[in-house]
Design a binder for this molecule. Structure first.
Ligand code: FMN
Length: 478
């Protein structure tokens, strides 16, 4: 008889649902057709023994006892879940095979392993234990997991790490609580001074924050806003970003406290033409963002140069009205995209840098026949930079653009770059496969089908039917 031990009743029920019928539900377990049994823990059903279980003398709190470090660690059943432990004990004896179905994290691993340890299961049964890993309670996902059992032995290190955490908590909590309480008593404090490995540092954060709030005195700070008009009389407001040199006049949160400094800036910028220094700081922001992404563990970064976003606005005549070195000619209009790309490459390396581009204007922008020359120039420049890939930016890659001489986004990009190309835009898996086989692009990006099917990859792999995307799904996502 096989015995499944789940972490909690809901998981036990989901496992039973995927096993043969008919089944019989009992208090604390489910009997499966053919005699197998599914039972469960109720979270931790064992807990660390108190110090006086190790030695009677620890009933009294004395400084001389500290530190208390058990030689042979003991667990004891939790009072509330004793009956569930008895059920597990009964079936562990009767069964020929145990299947561990704790949650797939270190705590879940320990939770069942410690029960098996506690019940003195024979070494032969313990060695043959299997591990069932379930992270999704949907029936097809549970069925798949049941076909992918692994030897439980492979997960011993996970269990040991959870055990180390729980013992560290005990050692820290018991010993420091006793030490602080005894010392507190000596100076007249009557209560228990409870110290915990997690609880105490968090309490410290709260107390320090409270102190800061109590000691806070409000000070006025100053911002400078510039109301700027473009040559076509569009107006926007820009906020002054103080430079490093202003730090001596700022508080911890970067606010300027000196009225004189703010007034000085107002005097210097009033009625002056806006300059392009902003562009340099924007480029530095892109590089910093890329650096942060890699530091945070990303494999690479894709520069967003598509679909009407900032970089794309520089690349199209309909949006780019600049009269400086970032506007009017293909070389100038491509300059911002190239400078951002160079800065990002400099920060994280060319093999980790990619860019997304929409050569056909369609997103909040009018098409302009002159745009093609900008992209021809930009793509030729990018080829030398050996980027990881270029990604098309389009919702439907069957759209043909007059400005690209009737080509689609991927057709135009394929013809004009040697860099690896990621295709996108209303592709089904089969269409994408065919396009890759026909060498139309090298990789495919799938967007909306993924929103509708978070398990898209496994569904495609198993030839399962896909849920159709609809915009209403977005309301549920956010
Ligand atoms: C909700 C939603 C948000 C999107 N946001 C962006 C975006 O911010 N920038 C962008 O370039 N494309 C955006 N896209 C476009 C997708 O990246 C992709 O090009 C498009 O959905 C076509 O691919 P698909 O047919 O596989 O979904 C978005 C698409 C959807 C559905």
């Amino acid at each position: 008889m096989k015995l499944y031990i789940a972490e909690k009743p809901s998981l036990g029920r989901a496992i039973a649902e995927a096993l043969p019928k008919p089944q019989k539900k009992h208090q604390g377990y489910i009997e499966i057709a053919g005699g197998d049994v599914v039972t469960w823990c109720v979270g931790h059903i064992l807990e660390q023994a108190d110090p006086d279980s190790y030695d009677e003398k620890f009933k009294k709190w004395q400084l001389e006892h500290l530190p208390i470090i058990p030689n042979q660690w003991q667990l004891k059943p939790k009072y509330k879940t004793k009956s569930q432990l008895a059920i597990i004990r009964k079936f562990v004896k009767q069964c020929s095979q145990i299947i561990h179905a704790g949650d797939p994290d270190r705590e879940g691993q320990l939770l069942v392993d410690e029960v098996i340890d506690y019940l003195n299961v024979t070494s032969q049964k313990r060695d043959s234990m299997q591990r069932l890993l379930i992270s999704d309670l949907n029936l097809p996902a549970v069925k798949r997991s049941l076909n992918q059992l692994q030897p439980n032995k492979h997960f011993i290190p996970l269990s040991v790490s959870a055990l180390a955490r729980s013992r560290a908590d005990w050692l820290y909590g018991i010993n420091l609580t006793r030490a602080y309480t005894i010392q507190g008593g000596k100076v007249g404090y009557q209560g228990v001074l409870s110290v915990g490995r997690v609880q105490t540092p968090i309490l410290g954060l709260v107390v320090n924050r409270d102190k800061e709030i109590n000691n806070f005195t409000s000070k006025p700070f100053y911002e400078v806003l510039a109301h700027i008009f473009t040559p076509s009389q569009q107006q926007f407001t820009a906020k002054w970003q103080p430079s490093e040199a202003c730090q001596a006049y700022m508080d911890d949160e970067g606010r300027v406290l000196s009225k004189g400094l703010a007034e000085n800036v107002v005097g210097r910028i009033s009625n002056q033409p806006a300059t392009i220094d902003d562009i340099k700081s924007l480029i530095a922001d892109f590089a910093k963002a890329a650096e942060n992404a890699i530091e945070a563990g990303f494999d690479g970064v894709e520069i967003h140069g598509a679909n009407g976003y900032l970089i794309d606005q520089f690349l199209h005549y309909a949006a780019n009205e600049r009269t400086d070195e970032y506007g009017q000619t293909p070389e100038n209009m491509a300059r911002f995209a190239i400078e951002v790309t160079d800065a990002v490459i400099n920060a994280v390396g060319n093999e980790r840098t990619a860019i997304r581009l929409s050569p056909g204007a369609y997103f909040n922008m009018e098409e302009d026949k002159r745009d093609k020359a900008v992209f021809d120039y930009l793509l030729a420049q990018l080829d030398d930079k050996k980027l990881a890939y270029i990604h098309g930016g389009i919702f439907d890659d069957s759209t043909q653009f007059d400005s690209l001489e009737g080509k689609t986004t991927s057709q135009y990009l394929r013809a004009n770059t040697k860099t690896s190309l990621v295709g996108v835009g209303s592709y089904s898996f089969d269409d994408a496969k065919q396009a890759i086989n026909n060498d139309q692009f090298d990789l495919i990006a799938i967007g909306r089908p993924f929103i509708a099917n978070p398990d898209y990859i496994s569904k495609v792999a198993n030839n399962e039917e896909l849920v159709a995307y609809s915009d209403e799904m977005l309301a549920k996502l956010f």
